[in-house]
Design a protein around this ligand. Structure first.
Ligand SMILES: Cc1cc2nc3c(=O)[nH]c(=O)nc-3n(C[C@H](O)[C@H](O)[C@H](O)COP(=O)(O)O)c2cc1C
Length: 334
């Protein structure tokens, strides 16, 4: 175990956890129960703020603090219109780690987080942007490949890791995300210089996750090839691709894009409003599947690692399996 601990040392020091294994924020799924279970089991849980109002985030952080005995973080979406108020809510609660997702941090946001004493972790989609974020003073980066569930970029995890880790891993902690389902892969990225990893899909079926039984069943049945990316039907609409299990909701998204494109044509909405309508669509569709169990019409956001999710099990068991596999892989390589 000591080699694994050594390779994770920068990550665990930054997070204050036993293992440098983050459970990436997942809208509707990463709430008080899953987040506290992950942190209490030695990983690092992150609340998904998503489209929550500052009041709702305030309640969720307070409730998570009641359940968690260890550090946890909060993930904020950069395009949220009340981003600075959300940062204030995190500061009020003394949240130690804020993860900014969904684009480059807007002016003043990094400074506000740092002024609160919290560490700031950002997503870096390219090497150039990773360098820019490092210069702006972020404490750590997440690099996430297109194997991941939810909103994704165009490049695979293996390529991003090769492009970014050799250049920057010496300078700041980097967490690798996307397509990780077993510990052997964790060991591999750590050996390449990563300080830790971030997983989402693998934790959805944890017994502590509040995802509807239908949602979990769909994950357990699915294989890697069922987790497909959404198709952009109109080049004018800058739709960020979403990876999800194929269902009727996949077709419904095509219809939604057509509807928004028609509104654009008629001049009823501008581009920003069109984008917001698409994002609201996803948030609603994900809620219908995760909370209501509508696995036909809702969105089953899932990464390709879904094929490695075979049963409902506790967070502690999932983390123990990942750690054991990573440890065995490192030993086998001497
Ligand atoms: C159901 C689901 C919802 C997600 N929602 C969010 C989100 O709200 N914000 C975010 O930054 N990432 C979100 N993600 C991405 C995860 O945080 C994580 O980075 C990703 O799942 C890692 O890849 P993996 O699924 O291959 O493990 C979501 C992923 C899934 C599967």
């Amino acid at each position: 175990m000591s080699k694994l601990n050594d390779l994770m040392a920068r990550g665990t020091e930054l997070l204050g956890s036993d293992y440098a294994i983050l459970c990436g924020a997942m809208s509707w799924v990463s709430e008080r129960h899953l987040v506290s279970a992950i942190s209490n089991a030695g990983g690092f849980g992150v609340i998904a703020c998503g489209a929550m109002t500052p009041e709702l985030l305030d309640t969720e952080i307070a409730a998570t603090k009641e359940l968690a005995t260890r550090n946890f973080g909060v993930n904020l979406i950069t395009m949220h219109p009340q981003l600075l108020e959300l940062i204030e809510v995190c500061a009020k609660h003394g949240v130690g780690h804020v993860v900014l997702a969904g684009g480059l941090p807007p002016k003043g946001s990094l400074e506000a987080i740092k002024a609160s004493g919290a560490k700031v972790i950002c997503f870096a989609p390219t090497l150039a942007l990773a360098k820019k974020l490092m210069r702006s003073g972020v404490d750590a980066l997440v690099i996430e490949g297109m194997e991941a569930g939810g909103h994704i970029g165009p490049v695979s995890t293996s390529v991003l890791a090769q492009e970014i880790l050799p250049e920057l891993a010496q300078d700041l902690p980097i967490f690798v995300a996307g397509g990780i389902g077993r510990g052997e892969a964790i060991a591999g990225y750590l050996e390449m210089g990563a300080s830790g990893v971030q997983l989402g899909t693998r934790f959805v079926c944890a017994s502590e996750s509040i995802a509807h039984p239908n949602f979990k069943k769909a994950f357990i049945r699915a294989s890697a090839r069922d987790a497909i990316t959404s198709v952009q039907i109109d080049p004018r609409l800058p739709v960020i691709p979403v990876r999800a299990l194929k269902n009727n909701g996949t077709e419904a998204f095509t219809a939604k894009q057509r509807e928004v494109a028609n509104l654009l044509d008629a001049g009823d909405v501008d581009m920003l409003e069109a984008q917001l309508q698409i994002e609201h669509y996803w948030a609603g569709a994900l809620r219908r599947a995760v909370i209501d169990g509508d696995v036909e019409g809702g969105s089953l956001m899932a990464g390709q690692s879904v094929g490695m999710v075979t049963q409902e099990e506790s967070v502690a068991d999932i983390i123990a399996a990942l750690v054991q596999q990573a440890d065995a892989a490192l030993h086998a390589r001497g």
